[in-house]
Design a protein around this ligand. Structure first.
Ligand code: G6P
Length: 613
């Protein structure tokens, strides 16, 4: 994964790069490094976070108008000082930062070792910079030509930036499969490169999203984009709309908490203007454009990873229930390595917050190669997934910085609800009366979420009680089963407590053996749903002394009698209940993690945007 930032212009590069890296730390945070061009190339790097890098740079010569920085999420080589980027070429003339994986690095390394190269790290990245220099010297070509030649030999994914010591007014960027955005500064007199636009938002909103297989050469007053095959490209400059406040904490202790509390707004923003309730109509371009396809489609395949896959499972329920469409939900990483049966008549829906998840992108590519139509449901505007989709829709959750996904999930489920209802309307599988009920209920969801958030203080007390547990079981049935999975995922991601989500009825086929007085069991049991059966499942847990925390509808009395703790949520239609029942689970995971002293926004070993396969 990793985050990259680079700057060339008239300003001091160091603060721009360091602050930019801090905004990109969600992408990885096990080591960090910087290269600055100032009477030669100065490289500082260290294991740890960007703040550790700052400590290393203190008292050093950091004055420069050109430089680049990196925050790492280790793939090849453990997190240590040596493996931190930037990496240098054999002579030290070139330095590179890299996000991605060079898959054939071992073969290239072997050949380079035979040619006299020696390596000081275990990374695939160091191999790449040595290769570039080797080509430059042996072919006697300019650096940009050598970069293009080297990249044409590379298998894998990369977003790279290269600095050249003996050409100190130039930097080169290139990408394939990993994100890279170029910021065009004032009067085209300064430029930025980064993994996303957040590092340079205060300087410019004019950006170019580099496409795969493109190389950009930047000087302090000029830039040029070509393909790896040296075909010149006319850059398409876009104006960004996000603002700085959206990526700041706004008084909350953590981004995750801020994002949990933003959900009334992010859900509202995601459905706003997309439905007209009195006339039961939808305003979504992709639905309009693909009306015929959607009327006649035989099967929907939903792909995603992590939390987005959980949203897909909710989507399965919604599309089956409303649109009577057969649905398969697949982990993108499994789907792409099988030989899945995909027909041109199929519709594939890729769900992703970041729009950059490598497995999801590869699964989309596979689906497209088999002729299927691919829709994208994505949060980050301009990212790779929407660009690769035939059509789709954005979730308007705003930037999500906390590594554990919260508001992106509920935004995804909101838009999936709209899409499922719209497709149902097209296919004539829902009566207008039912459609009206669901549209009105969906419109009310932001208010219901606001109400659900009021349970926060009560949840703090429950967290206090269970913070030292070693295991948790989460149970749900029907549409509450994916909610159980998502609740368990939140807890393990940020508190490092082992947690499992299970369909409540399946518990008796295995997990029941784990239940004793030390096992907290979170049961998602809204009244509208498979309620009575879930009560039986709760009884089964109780009979084995398990401790029950139940998420119940307001005013529930039956479960209150049996459960150790209940958290009440406002009532809604069963199909919409994940939008509400997820909220207390997010808060429970958050408070337990905080009480255990965990780094909630940057949990160990995880990254927000997984651009490796
Ligand atoms: C990572 C993140 C998760 C996210 C998953 C899929 O594992 O930590 O929060 O759900 O990737 O990411 P995407 O951006 O495709 O939704």
């Amino acid at each position: 994964m990793c985050g990259i930032v680079a700057y060339i212009g008239q300003q001091e590069a160091y603060p721009i790069i360091i602050n930019g890296l801090k905004r990109l730390e969600y992408r990885g945070y096990d080591s960090a490094g910087i290269a600055l061009m100032n009477n030669g190339m100065k490289v500082y790097k260290t294991k740890g976070k960007v703040s550790d890098l700052e400590a290393v740079c203190e008292g050093q010569d950091i004055v420069a108008n050109l430089g680049m920085g990196h925050t790492r999420w280790a793939t090849h080589g453990e997190p240590n000082d040596n493996n931190a980027h930037p990496h240098l070429s054999q002579s030290g003339n070139l330095s590179v930062i890299h996000n991605g994986i060079i898959e054939n690095y071992a073969t290239i390394k072997e050949a380079l070792v035979k040619r006299g190269h020696s390596f000081s790290s275990d990374t695939d990245t160091e191999v790449l910079v040595h290769l570039i220099e080797d080509i430059q010297e042996s072919e006697n070509v300019a650096i940009d030509v050598a970069v293009r030649m080297a990249l044409s030999q590379v298998v894998g994914a990369y977003a790279i930036v290269i600095l050249v010591q003996n050409e100190p007014t130039k930097m080169i960027g290139a990408r394939k499969g990993s994100p890279m955005v170029v910021g065009i500064g004032k009067d085209k007199k300064e430029f930025f490169i980064a993994s996303d636009a957040t590092p340079f938002l205060e300087y410019t909103r004019d950006v170019i999203y580099l496409n795969d297989n493109e190389v950009v050469v930047l000087k302090d007053d000029d830039f040029e984009i070509t393909t790896i095959d040296n075909v010149k490209k006319t850059p398409f400059i876009e104006k960004l709309e996000i603002n700085l406040e959206q990526i700041e904490k706004g008084g909350y202790e953590h981004f995750m908490l801020k994002e949990i509390y933003e959900q009334p707004k992010s859900i509202f923003d995601s459905i706003r203007g997309r439905m007209d309730i009195p006339s039961s109509t939808f305003h979504m371009q992709s639905i309009r454009e693909y009306e015929n396809k959607l009327k006649n489609v035989n099967r929907l395949i939903i792909i995603g990873c992590g939390t987005s896959w959980h949203a897909g499972l909710v989507g399965e329920y919604l599309f089956e229930e409303f649109a009577r469409l057969p649905v398969e939900v697949e982990y993108a990483s499994e789907f792409r390595y099988r030989n899945p049966v995909i027909y041109p008549e199929d519709l594939v829906l890729a769900i992703s917050q970041s729009g950059e998840t490598a497995d999801t992108l590869a699964a989309m590519e596979l689906a497209k190669s088999k002729g299927a139509t691919v829709f994208g449901l994505c949060n980050v505007v301009g990212s790779s997934i929407p660009r690769m989709s035939d059509a789709g829709a954005y979730t308007h959750a705003g930037p999500e910085i906390g590594v554990a996904s919260t508001k992106a999930f509920t935004a995804q489920v909101s838009v999936l609800t709209l899409l499922a209802l719209a497709v149902a309307e097209l296919r004539g599988t829902i009566t207008n009366e039912r459609l009206q009920i669901y549209l009105r209920e969906l419109e009310a969801v932001p208010k219901l979420v606001e109400k659900a958030l009021k349970a926060n203080d009560h949840i703090v007390k429950i967290a206090e009680e269970f913070k030292d547990a070693h295991n948790f079981l989460y149970l749900g049935r029907g549409v509450s089963f994916p909610v159980a999975l998502e609740g368990a995922l939140k807890l393990k991601e940020i508190s490092y407590i082992h947690a499992e989500g299970y369909p409540a009825a399946e518990m008796k086929h295995g997990p029941i053996a784990l239940i004793d007085e030390n096992m907290p069991v979170v049961v998602i049991a809204p009244r509208k749903g498979i309620y009575e059966k879930v009560i039986s499942n709760i009884q089964e847990v109780k009979a084995r002394k398990g401790r029950i925390i139940a998420i119940v509808s307001e005013g529930d009395t039956k479960i209150k009698e049996i459960a150790d703790y209940v958290i009440e949520i406002p009532e809604t239609e069963e199909a919409l209940s994940p939008l509400i029942s997820t909220i207390p689970l997010q808060l429970l995971a958050y408070h337990i993690a905080v009480m255990r002293g965990c780094n909630v926004d940057q949990p160990r070993n995880l990254a927000k945007s997984v651009t490796v396969e």
